[in-house]
Structure formats: C-alpha cells, structure tokens
Design a protein around this ligand. Structure first.
Ligand code: AMP
Ligand code: MG
Length: 217
C-alpha cells in the first residue's frame, strides 16, 4: 500500500483534502491527521473492519478503549445514556477543546471502541479539520494517537510516517501540531466524577463545573 500524503490547513481545511480523507475512511481506510494535542490515526467509528485494522496496525491491546471524536456535543445523546448534567455543562464550557469525557455508553457504540466495557470516551476536538472530517463522514471518528503502541505520540507527518508508511491509506499533513499536552480525561459515570488523567484543561477550571471532583491521578 502506498500512503498518500495530502497537505492541509488544519484551521481552515481545504474541502478537497477533507473530501479525499472522508472517501478513504468511508470505505474503511485509516487516515492520520493533526489534532490540537497530537496527530491522531482516524477510522470511521461505526466501521468494525476499520476498527479491527486500526488495533492491528497500531499494535494496540484490544482491552484499551478508543476515544471518539465528534463534530458537536449533540452526539452525546446518541452515544451515551444517563448523561449527567455535569457532562452537559462541561461539554458546553470546554468543547471544542482538549477535554475527554467518559460516559455510560449506548448500544450505538461498537464493543470494540469501548474495549468491551460499559463506557465511552468522547470529545469535540479543537481543530476545524477534525470536526469537518466527522461532519462530512456523518459519523464519529476514533482518534487514538498516530503512533505504534508504546512509542511516543507524533507531532508531525514525518513522525507518523516513520510508524505507518505503507500501512495506512493517507496522512493529512497539517505541519507541526500540538501543545505536547494530552487531553484531560474525566469520568462522569461515577458520583462524584473522577479525574483519570491530567492534561490541557487544568483542575482549577474543571472545579467550576464539578466542585466535588475526585482526583485519581
Ligand atoms: P490514546 O491511547 O492515545 O488513544 O489515549 C486515549 C486514552 O483514553 C487512553 O488512556 C485510554 O485508555 C483512555 N480511554 C479511552 N476510552 C476510555 C474509557 N471508556 N474509559 C476510560 N478511559 C478511556
Ligand atoms: Mg496514545
């Protein structure tokens, strides 16, 4: 397989580049692209074959669930059940942005995305590119970091290619991206909600919406 590299502006993405990537993901292909944190390796979140291949290509253990990238918070009412008010307020405050929220999953979320668990992790990414990909595809895109499992997360297309050249269909090259800081991971399935991973959204800001936040890290 030849990995196609397509230049893109991640803030004001060219329609042509988005359309080509959507066409690839729509037929089950894997496309790497920048997010505001690191490059992600994307696949259509409801395409079981694509998801299976994503785990294989990354060498990712199947018990490790994937984050779903959304184009709007409206998706949480389809992908999650028992959505707590805190989640709605957090989404309104921090999306688009580097906050990943874990909720109880609905039947719409494939088992493989949840790694067989009862929850799903979701966020609306800060870059217009990722939101446009989801919007044009018409379904969420899973967005694990675009590195082989155990390797450092990539911040440019060259680093993505060093792991995946010839093994994925496309890289959208948006130049160097990412704060270097991961998304903050917050689980709202428990009461009080739990901070699972520190990241770009700091605790002080979360406490305004989740005053009883339990810090597990
Ligand atoms: P990455 O491995 O780069 O995709 O980072 C995603 C992080 O989110 C990993 O630490 C995952 O374990 C975590 N994650 C994804 N889904 C869930 C979930 N449903 N519950 C808790 N953590 C999750
Ligand atoms: Mg990773």
């Amino acid at each position: 397989m030849i990995t196609e590299v397509v230049a893109v502006d991640p803030e004001t993405p060219e329609e042509e580049a988005v359309a080509r990537a959507v066409e690839v993901m729509g037929r089950g292909g894997l496309v790497a692209f920048p997010t505001e944190t690191v490059y992600a390796l994307g696949a259509a979140a409801f395409n079981l074959q694509a998801l299976d291949r994503l785990y294989q290509v990354k060498g990712r253990p199947k018990q490790r669930p994937l984050i779903m990238g959304l184009d709007s918070a409206a998706w949480i009412y389809r992908l999650a059940v028992d959505v707590p008010e805190a989640a709605v307020n957090l989404a309104a405050a921090f999306w688009p942005g580097p906050l990943t929220i874990v909720m109880k999953r609905s039947d719409m979320v494939p088992d493989i995305v949840a790694a067989g668990g009862e929850t799903v992790a979701m966020r609306v990414p800060g870059l217009a590119l990722v939101r446009n990909l989801v919007a044009e595809l018409g379904m969420p895109v899973v967005i694990p970091s675009a590195n082989l499992s155990g390797e450092p997360s990539p911040h440019d297309a060259a680093a993505v290619l060093s792991g995946f050249d010839g093994r994925i269909e496309m890289v959208l090259d948006g130049g160097r991206c990412g704060s270097g800081v991961e998304t903050t991971l917050l689980d709202v399935t428990s009461d009080p909600p739990r901070l699972l991973r520190r990241g770009a959204i700091v605790e002080r800001d979360l406490l305004r919406y989740v005053p009883d936040l339990e810090v597990c890290v």
